[in-house]
Design a protein around this ligand. Structure first.
Ligand SMILES: Cc1ncc(COP(=O)(O)O)c(C=O)c1O
Length: 373
């Protein structure tokens, strides 16, 4: 007997399991699941976290967990505001700055609109764009590693994303260029400056927020503050922008334990953070020098990682990994420097940390380069 359905019969492609059309070109984030003895691949704080933050986690009692956190982390916003030097109404928090970027894309651009960003930059940007139905427009960096202000402004994008220091290339963007993008943006365009690594650069454009209600700066406690596993990010911008980001983000995104540890890290933990940022900066100079002495061409970094254009990067990274050392391999990068042209768009990115770890990574690199010819 033929069954009659009283609901519309959908074609194969319309089944709920196939997801929205905008997800068709999106893959799940693929991280290597094996644990490396020395992991210099993700730009986290390899010295750990401020002892004040771990003490706050140990002190957190059962009620911290059985009840909901504050919907928009009001207490955490206050201490972040003090740290950045603005008032709390200019801050939104999120489950990592990933969450803030995703929410901001959803809040300010309609599906079908464009988001322009320098290329190469943070790989999640085109992904969050697609997930939100936006069209990613990659604008190559100028040679070497600079911002193409005119091309970004000409991209007819609703959102212009900049990252300073830029991941993966490591350099801080020229402040004049950032200011030119903000000044040249139309009144209906949002400019996002991702400052995930600002602590290591010692520079920030947060001060420009007072002059522009179209600038949103994003930050994180995953890098200098050592709390990547707790997932805490934040945005700084005009209160009207902050409200839209919070609406798109939804309540309760920063969990209670993260809130406790974040509060401690940004208050009592600050001396520890500053001390370890200084160590990271020293390690970054030393690693850059070591690589240069080997005849290689690392890019100048203002972050806690060093970008090294290098032919056969993936093969070299695989050999390093077999010695227990993980670094990030990048392939097919747009050749925006002489060194990247020579390496055919292949590069490695090394997170800096305690020098013993970096030394092991250098030995693994030397050995891998020999065996890769
Ligand atoms: C430039 C940049 N922005 C944002 C993030 C996301 O950081 P989180 O979501 O941990 O705050 C990262 C992480 O590597 C990054 O490199």
């Amino acid at each position: 007997m033929t069954e009659t359905h009283c609901f519309p019969v959908r074609s194969e492609g319309d089944r709920p399991s196939s997801g929205r059309a905008c997800l068709r070109d999106v893959s799940r984030y693929a991280a290597d699941p094996t644990i490396a003895r020395i992991d210099l691949s993700d730009n986290t704080n390899l010295w750990g976290m401020p002892p004040a933050a771990s003490a706050a986690l140990w002190r957190a009692g059962a009620t911290t967990i059985t009840r909901y956190p504050q919907p928009y982390s009001e207490r955490l916003k206050e201490v972040l505001a003090d740290y950045v030097g603005v008032s709390a109404e200019l801050i939104a928090t999120g489950c990592g700055s990933d969450d803030i970027l995703d929410s901001a894309f959803r809040a300010f651009a309609e599906p079908g609109e464009r988001i322009a960003f320098p290329d190469p930059t943070f790989t999640m940007v085109p992904t969050f764009a697609r997930v939100n139905g936006l069209t990613p427009v990659a604008v190559p960096l100028t040679d070497p590693y600079g911002v193409d202000v005119d091309a970004l402004l000409a991209a007819d994008a609703r959102i212009i994303y900049l990252c300073s220091p830029n991941n993966p290339t490591g350099g801080a963007l020229c402040r004049d260029a950032i200011e030119a993008v903000i000044a040249g943006a139309r009144s209906d365009q949002l400019v996002i400056v991702d400052e995930a690594y600002a602590e290591f650069a010692g520079t920030s454009v947060v001060g420009l927020i007072a002059q522009s209600d179209r600038l949103l700066v994003t930050r994180t406690l995953s890098k200098a503050f050592g709390l990547a596993g707790l997932r805490i990010g934040y945005a700084i911008g005009d209160p009207a922008l902050i409200t839209e980001v919070e609406k798109a983000r939804g309540p309760y995104k920063v969990n209670s334990l993260a809130e406790r540890a974040g509060l401690a890290a940004v208050t009592e933990g600050l001396p520890w953070v500053r001390e370890h940022v200084a160590l990271a900066i020293a390690a970054r100079s030393r690693l850059t020098r070591e690589l240069t002495e080997r005849g290689l061409e690392p890019a100048e970094s203002a972050a806690n990682f060093v970008f090294l254009p290098l032919a056969c990067g993936s093969a070299i990274a695989r050999r390093m990994r077999s010695r227990g050392v993980a670094v990030r391999a990048l392939e097919n990068l747009t050749p925006v420097s002489e060194a990247l042209r020579a390496s055919k768009g292949s590069a490695l990115r090394f997170t800096v940390g305690p020098w013993e770890l970096v030394t092991e990574a250098l030995s693994a690199l030397d050995e891998a380069r020999q065996s890769c010819g």
